[in-house]
Design a protein around this ligand. Structure first.
Ligand code: NAD
Ligand code: FE2
Length: 386
């Protein structure tokens, strides 16, 4: 039997197979009587989405659907969502989907009561204090992928089309009030999305664990998150309806996002510009870069990674055995080994390196990431040179 539990950390989480049935009751509990269900266009007609919407309506709630967004959402999607929110006189959001639907739902709820443009709330210094905290509508988050952990995050990622950059919009009150983690919702993910999102969760744990700074709480969460992924991701890809594997992945996703308050690193710093310029899948892009970034950081993380390898139960715990685990897992689930296989050529290499060092994640890399280093990682990932 797959586990069922209620957690209150880092927010209220109702975890377990079938718990999507509690959605209407959870909305009522937060006094959301006219929820706007926000998801991406790919999920708009999926049976899980229709069932969730119908359960809200059957309970007498004035629920509407907004699904006018694609993966890697842009500002125009947010503006359309805000219009739908206001036109429907909604009083809260059900953010439903992978990172794209979850982030957009959180952003609509956040922006519904603000008078400044969204870019004024980018995660820079104390810009979040510019926001009117009373204008933030409540969010119930329902993840349908197991990766970004956005369901327990205080930020939303929005692509700025003017500069082809992914910007992080942050406010502490963007954290969803209640999360329903129902592993059964992730069963229908295409194998590629299971693989990519699962590696995103792994990258969050790994980069947080390797980021410099004293944060033993984040480190503890990160290592257990990685153990769950190492134990379950290949199973989830190969046997999609294995609910135990799905439950482990869903927990690991929430753990990754909780841990990365400590920081991220080179994988995300490079993956953000590649995703913004080439529209690649975020998690798959992290996974492609992963071994090259590990190699680049080796001198700074050798000892930590050896400790991690021991915790993961590897036969001879070392940096090499951990790298071996990463490479094997990537191969088993079909992660591209080179950027070329991901559909990314090297014509924009210089631009990507420049954008990578300007990305906020770069600051968490255990070896300071300069232009030369970022270009070196990009070249290694292009050539498949470890
Ligand atoms: N807020 C954060 O902390 C954070 C962290 C990392 C990434 N992100 C953002 O999240 C996005 C990536 O999210 P993602 O990897 O979860 O993918 P996604 O939300 O972009 O979805 C990818 C695809 O999978 C489909 N899908 C999702 N769930 C499904 C299901 N159960 N069954 C069938 N199809 C399903 C979607 O329709 C979509 O086509 C990016 O925009 C990224 O920038 C946010
Ligand atoms: Fe990520």
């Amino acid at each position: 039997m797959s586990p069922t539990a209620n957690w209150n950390y880092p927010t209220a989480i109702k975890f377990g197979v079938g718990r999507i049935r509690e959605l209407a009751e959870v909305c009522r509990g937060q006094v959301i009587l006219r929820p706007l269900l926000v998801t991406d266009s790919g999920l708009a007609r999926a049976p899980i989405t229709i069932a969730a919407l119908e359960s809200l309506r059957a309970a007498g709630l004035g629920a509407e659907l907004f699904a006018d967004l694609k993966p890697n959402p842009i500002e125009a999607n947010l503006l359309a969502g805000l219009e739908a929110y206001r036109a429907g006189q909604h009083d809260g959001v059900v953010a439903f989907g992978g990172g794209s639907g979850l982030d957009m739902g959180k952003l609509i709820a956040f922006m519904s009561g603000q008078s400044r443009p969204v870019w004024d709330f980018e995660d820079i210094g104390d810009w979040w204090t510019r926001a009117d905290a009373d204008g933030i509508a409540p969010v119930i988050a329902v993840p349908t992928t197991a990766g970004t952990g956005s369901e327990v995050g205080r930020a939303g990622v929005l692509t700025d089309e003017r500069t082809h950059t992914k910007r992080i919009i942050f406010h502490p009150k963007m954290m969803p009030k209640v999360v329903i983690c129902d592993p059964a919702l992730t069963v229908g993910m295409p194998a590629k999305i299971t693989a990519g999102t699962g590696m995103d969760a792994f990258a969050h744990c790994l980069e947080a664990y390797c980021a410099p700074g004293f944060h033993p709480m984040a480190d503890g969460i990160a290592v257990e998150g990685m153990r769950l992924v190492a134990q379950s991701l290949v199973r989830a890809v190969r046997t999609p309806d294995d609910l135990d594997a799905r439950a482990n992945m869903m927990a690991a996703a929430a753990m990754g996002a909780t841990a990365f308050q400590k920081g991220l690193g080179g994988m995300h710093a490079l993956s953000h510009p590649v995703g913004a310029v080439y529209d690649t899948h975020h998690g798959m892009t992290n996974a492609t870069f992963m071994p090259y970034v590990l190699q680049f950081n080796r001198a700074a993380i050798d000892e930590r990674i050896t400790r991690l390898a021991a915790y993961l139960g590897l036969a001879s715990p070392s940096f090499e055995s951990f790298l071996g685990l990463v490479l094997q897992m990537r191969e088993d689930i079909g992660v591209p080994h080179t950027l070329g296989e991901l559909g990314v050529d090297d014509r924009q290499a210089a631009l990507i390196a420049e954008m990578a060092i300007a990305d906020p994640s770069a600051a968490g890399n255990p070896v300071p990431l300069d232009l030369k280093g970022a270009a070196q990682i990009f070249a290694a990932a292009s050539q498949g040179r470890l």
